[in-house]
Structure formats: C-alpha cells, structure tokens
Design a protein around this ligand. Structure first.
Ligand code: PAF
Length: 282
C-alpha cells in the first residue's frame, strides 16, 4: 500500500492514472479511522478504478486550539485498518506545511447562507476551513467522485455548494450514516465515552426516530416539543440544539409544506462529549 506525505510525489503518482482516464474515488478524513470511514472507502472501491484517502487534521477548521490539540492522531493504526480493507488504497497523509506552505490561513467562502445555520452559527470560521482544505485536496487529487458521510450533513451540503460555485469537476457523493448495532452514529468522538455513556448515547437516535414519527403525524412545533421534553427528563444529557430544517437550504422551519424535504438535526452532550446526529423526516 502506498502512503504519501508530500503532494508533489502524490501528484506525480496520480498523473498517469489521470491521463489514462481511470476514475479516482476520494475519501477525505481527519484520521482516527472507524467503520464509518471504512464504509465510505468500500463504496469508493466499488465505484472507481483507484481510491485515495487523505488523513489530515486540518488546523483551519478548528476554532478552538484545545480541540485541535486533543484531536486523535493515530496514523499507524489508521493505515493498518485501511490496509485490512484493501491493499490498493492510496493514502495521502500530509504535514501542515505540505498543505499550507507556511501560511495556515483559511480562504473565505460564500455558501449562500448555508454556513450561518447550526454548526456554522456555533463555530465561526469552521466552514471556511472545511472549504479551504476540501478545495485544496480536490485540486491535488482531481477525483472523479468524492465521498462524504451524511452524519455531517451540513458539511456535505456546503461541499456541494463549494463545488458548484467554483465549477469544480467532481461528483460529490453523500453516503448514509453508518451506525453501531445499537443505533449510535459512528464517530471518532465515541471513543471518548465510557461504556455506560456509549450505551446511554443510543438514546439520541431512539429519540430521533420517535421525532420522525411525531413529525409525520403532526407538525414541527410538536416535534420540537417532544424532543425537548425527552431530553429534559434525561439529566445525563445536555441538549445543545434540535432543529427541523429544510434539507436543501438548511433553514429552520416552523411550518411544514408539501414538496419540501425536511431533516432533523441534533447536538447533545454526554460526559462532555459533543455528539451530532440527524435523520431524514420525509
Ligand atoms: O469531515 C471531516 O473529517 C473533515 O471536515 C474533512 C472533510 C476531512 C475536512 O477536513
């Protein structure tokens, strides 16, 4: 399996692949590889001639230095897990300098307001950092298809918008949330939970499924009230937000309309770990 740390070498390696018109599937990650990432890689393997995965903890998307410092960096283990899935996956694990060349600054992006909702409202600059790194990686790797999990649904929509606005020639593929058998959405953050909290955290998806039911039988207000009450009685959790939003523009909705697609988004904390999840409502 080939692991590259320098973009010049990776580009050289990919040149002949690109000119021979082979398809390249790309999975960007920040490492701490788990089953969710492996499911994206499996889909990329099924749909492309060549697969590239990047492992890079991108400093410009963190608005909190402590969060950045604490982010797990487990390259050796990550490479071993990827190798177990397939020996043919190309790994790009650059240094910060290889990407940012001494200027670790995010570009400014305009995502037609998608960046002001939910995660964007709470993490200023976060989606500029995401847009910056994803665009750079697309320019280095020139993928045919790029795979993003629906767990970070807002990120997925933002990457789609960035691709559209910059006329990038890449097909962005959204992949369903990969869940533990218990229903808990796979995330590197789950590793920070005690076994007891991991068990408890299954409550998030349970309530989301119930919320979907309430939404289909009644209206937005009752759905929000239902979830708010469900978390009020579970004192191990702090509910940061629960929002019903239009799937396309991510704006919070208060009234259902026909022909629109809705999704519920949640962030809840347990044992000081911030867990994020979402569900399609119709
Ligand atoms: O979802 C992530 O892990 C990151 O935001 C991404 C897309 C790899 C960009 O750093």
């Amino acid at each position: 399996m080939e692991v590259f740390h320098a973009q010049t070498q990776l580009k050289e390696h990919l040149e002949s692949i690109i000119s021979s018109k082979k398809t390249i599937g790309f999975v960007p990650t920040m490492g701490a590889i788990h089953q969710g990432h492996l499911s994206l890689l499996q889909q990329a393997l099924n749909q492309n001639d060549i697969v590239v995965v990047s492992i890079f903890v991108n400093p410009t998307q963190f608005n909190n230095q402590q969060d950045l410092d604490k982010y797990p960096r487990t390259l050796e283990r990550d490479v071993a897990l990827i190798k177990m899935l397939s020996d043919n996956i190309i790994v790009y694990a650059p240094t910060v300098d290889d990407i940012y060349n001494g200027t670790t600054i995010a570009q400014k992006f305009e995502y037609d307001g998608l960046e002001s909702e939910m995660e964007g409202a709470n993490r200023p600059g976060h989606f500029d950092g995401v847009g910056t790194i994803v665009k750079m990686l697309f320019e280095i790797i020139k993928p045919t298809n790029a795979y993003f999990g629906e767990k970070d649904f807002q990120q997925l929509q933002i990457v789609r918008k960035m691709v559209q606005k910059n006329n990038l020639d890449v097909n962005v593929v959204g992949c369903p949330i990969f869940r533990e058998e218990s229903g808990l959405a796979m995330s590197s953050r789950n590793e920070r939970l005690s076994e007891k909290a991991k068990q408890k955290a299954t409550y998030i998806y349970k309530v989301l499924q119930e919320a979907k039911d309430v939404f289909q039988k009644s209206d937005v207000k009752q759905t929000v009230d239902y979830v708010t009450a469900a978390f009020k009685k579970e004192t191990d959790f702090t509910l940061e937000y629960f929002v019903v939003a239009n799937e396309d523009n991510l704006q919070t909705v208060h009234q259902k309309e026909t022909d629109k697609k809705y999704r519920a988004f949640i962030v809840a904390h347990i044992e000081e770990v911030r867990l994020i999840d979402n569900i399609a409502l119709n």
